[in-house]
Ligand binder design. Structure first.
Ligand code: SF4
Length: 439
């Protein structure tokens, strides 16, 4: 069986031009990068989780769902973690259950581009679609990111090496600046590598903004940022001279000292650049639908991540209701994780809490997360075994078709799994409320 124009469910690029040839024992892909291909190979993987497990023992689907609902309904502070490798539709149901039970809800942005989103809330974003960048940009600034490794088709599909409507010359008509303390593989394509000292992004942007305003930066700028005046001048000139510039901002900004203030000043820098030319800033989001959770939660409840429903209304407070913080304080007493290898990414204190509380995973393979879980509900590959929508890194929703079916018949998709669970949760919650009313 062959299928064309398949959407890749791996990184934030959501490439929608993948060709798949599927046989009983092999998956052949074309156009997918190594990361994308590895994910498609999971369809025929020997370690795929296909049976529900309760405390490591095989269980029926109904039994696993019943036990999951018991845990969630009886918890005082259940946490719903909506991972990024699933559809918006599945996330929407998960958020609905969290609201119904008065739990907390969070997604992958909390441990990646959360600060970028907070910076956006502080300063506002001059953004654009990937298509705009491909068709117009003659200057790409990769700031704190290394797309050559993290988004292997970024430069060939939408930026440096792509030929667009007004950028027919491809890389010959474009310039690249890489701002990174390391000499990453992306630097191979750079016209200018601004090798700043680690964690000095805020100071560097501040100096550039001062220079764009025609004023002199502080005399210590070279010493503080590690960047020579000559390089700073060159960068400022390249910014002013371009017709359409893009800053692709990575976790180097969001994760270094300053966090969301770095992101906020980067957004303000973009505003400043627009006094000279057209300039936009986009986040290089890592996982395929990591932007989806922020979008779905924002359009259903007004906030992008880290929300607590315990008072019947959505309350937003990163650092308090976000996953790492709520777990580390030891207040979460049950956790459900959908399509995220959370156990392998959280700090020790949060993982220690995970090990103490009942944990449920909707999971496709036996990673750290599955290892820590009391109940495993086999996951479905969105965009392969069921249809759904993903938000690409530029916040454009992409419809992902399916080209095969899950290897079991108890669920059609992660959305379907959560819908089944929600029905049982409602029944059990009503029984619990009636019992408590009698006492
Ligand atoms: S660049 Fe990202 S979305 Fe595109 S094929 Fe590679 S992993 Fe998939």
């Amino acid at each position: 069986m062959t299928c064309t124009d398949v959407t890749c469910p791996v990184c934030g690029m959501s490439c929608d031009d993948i060709y798949i040839e599927l046989t009983d024992d092999a998956v052949l892909t074309k156009n997918a990068c190594l990361m994308g291909d590895a994910k498609f190979q999971e369809l025929r993987s020997h370690h795929r989780l296909t049976k529900p497990l309760v405390h490591g023992e095989e269980a029926s689907w109904d039994e696993a769902l019943e036990k999951t609902a018991d845990i969630l309904v009886n918890a005082k502070r259940p946490f719903f973690f909506m991972g990024s490798e699933t559809s918006n539709e599945a996330m929407a149901v998960g958020i609905e259950i969290a609201e119904y039970l008065g739990g907390l809800v969070d997604g992958n942005a909390t441990i990646c581009h959360g600060p970028t989103i907070m910076g956006l809330q502080l300063s506002g974003q001059v953004g654009s679609t990937l298509g705009e960048c491909k068709n117009r940009a003659d200057l790409n600034i990769y700031w704190g990111c290394n797309p050559a490794d993290s988004h292997p088709r970024h430069m060939s599909r939408h930026s440096q090496f792509a030929r667009g409507f007004w950028t027919e010359q491809g890389f010959k008509g474009r310039k690249v600046i890489v701002v990174d303390p390391r000499r990453s593989p992306t630097c191979e394509a750079a016209d200018l590598h601004v090798q700043l000292k680690p964690g000095k992004d805020h100071e560097l942007i501040d100096a550039l903004m001062t220079m764009l305003r025609g004023e002199e930066p502080h005399p210590t700028v070279e010493e503080v940022t590690g960047v020579s005046r000559e390089t700073l001048n060159k960068m400022a000139e390249m910014v002013k001279e371009c017709k359409f510039g893009v800053i692709w901002v990575g976790l180097g900004i969001a994760s270094s000292r300053g966090h969301h203030y770095n992101a906020a000043i980067a957004m303000r820098f973009t505003h400043e650049c627009n006094k000279f030319t057209k300039f936009v800033i986009n986040a290089n989001r890592g996982h395929c639908n990591v932007a989806g959770f922020n979008q779905v939660l924002a359009w259903t409840h007004g906030f992008p991540f880290a929300v607590d429903f315990s008072r019947g209304i959505p309350r937003y407070q990163p650092g308090e209701y976000s996953c790492v913080d709520a777990l580390s304080r030891g207040e979460v007493d049950a956790m459900i994780v959908m399509c995220a290898n959370l156990g392998g990414h959280l700090p020790k204190k949060a993982v220690e809490r995970l090990a103490k509380i009942p944990m449920i995973a909707i999971e496709t393979s036996p990673g750290t997360n599955a290892f820590m879980s009391d109940i495993i509900l086999p996951g479905v590959f969105d965009g392969m075994e069921c249809e759904g929508t993903f938000y690409r890194m530029d916040n454009v929703p992409i419809y992902a078709r399916s080209f095969t079916k899950p290897p079991f018949d108890f669920t059609e998709s992660n959305e379907h799994t959560l819908k089944q669970l929600f029905e049982i949760v409602k029944k059990k919650k009503a029984e619990k409320d009636a019992r408590e009313a009698k006492q």
